[in-house]
Write a protein that binds this ligand. Structure first.
Ligand code: GLU
Length: 290
């Protein structure tokens, strides 16, 4: 049996906090305990929010924590071609369509829907895409893209679910409602998710699925806030013909008021704690690891 492969996949859009430290150390410990490999992946597809100094800080903070990883590190911004190919593959299956509405126009459409009655929201609480772009004629699409308008490439969720069939995943941790073991995927709860945009030829969902597959990741260990995203990941894996890893969603580290940690709260930043004299062992204790 090849060794299991774990990964920690931060976005360099801020400094690491205790929640990241917990996730990184948990992955690293699980890899060590199982004779597995540990990979670090930099999820830097968002060119407007990701910054080189945050990436440098990730390497520095993880090394200080005692985490070691294989090199070269995969940086998503260097692999847009692979994500484009995947979108192309889904497009060939007739599962992708462009939508041209701006974010502001979508917000107006949602407001109109909500004025008429309840409008569904995704598991993160965002309203589902209410637009009609799926029904647009090929000629109209040509015309709008010919004008150079920005667009988002969306997954036709109904068609994708029909093709993908019922899907499950193996959950070794626990979902927000205590879900564990064999969990039924519910990708339809997300509506017609965005796979790529004109200015960024990928999305979180697409690149995470491609990279986990290309890197041979066998065990995805990440925060429970991403639990229901796994539904979309399972569907994309099925459509693209790549294997499904096992999943273990872990609890989130919360601040004293019970809030989820954010990259902008200094109090729980790994660098701040270190500057105040905390040791790597103190950080482990703070997040409840041996
Ligand atoms: N890049 C994601 C984040 O920083 C994590 C992706 C994942 O573990 O699937 O929240």
């Amino acid at each position: 049996m090849p060794p299991p492969v774990f990964r920690f996949a931060p976005s360099p859009n801020g400094y690491l906090h205790l929640g990241h430290a917990y996730s990184a150390l948990l992955n690293f410990d699980l890899a060590g305990a199982s004779g597995g490999r540990f990979l670090l992946r930099i999820e830097d597809i968002d060119g407007t929010r990701c910054r080189p100094e945050f990436e440098a800080a990730i390497y520095e903070d993880l090394a200080w924590l005692g985490v070691t990883w294989e090199t070269p590190v995969r940086r998503q911004s260097e692999h847009f071609a692979a994500y484009r190919d995947a979108t192309e593959q889904l497009s060939t299956l007739g599962l992708v369509y462009p939508s041209f509405e701006s974010r502001a126009a979508i917000a107006l459409l949602v407001a109109a829907k909500e004025a008429a009655g309840p409008w569904p929201r995704d598991p993160d609480g965002a309203p589902l895409y209410p637009g009609t772009a799926k029904a647009m004629s090929a000629a109209e699409r040509e015309r709008l893209s010919g004008q150079g308008l920005p667009f988002a490439l969306r997954l036709d969720m109904a068609a994708a679910c029909a093709r993908g069939g019922p899907l499950t995943w193996n959950e070794q941790g626990e979902g927000p409602g205590g879900e564990t073991g064999v969990v039924g995927a519910r990708p339809e709860a997300w509506g017609d998710v965005i796979l790529a945009r004109k200015e960024t030829p990928t999305s979180y969902h697409l690149s995470v699925v491609i990279d986990d597959a290309l890197q041979g990741v066998t065990d995805v260990v990440r925060g429970v806030d991403l639990f229901w995203s796994t539904s979309v990941h399972r569907l994309l894996q099925q459509l693209l013909g790549v294997p499904a890893p096992a999943y273990r969603h872990h609890g989130l580290i919360r601040d004293d008021s019970g809030q989820k940690l954010s990259k902008s709260t200094q109090a729980t930043g790994v660098r701040e704690l270190r500057r105040e004299g905390a040791s790597p062992a103190d950080i482990r204790r703070l997040v409840g690891l041996p």
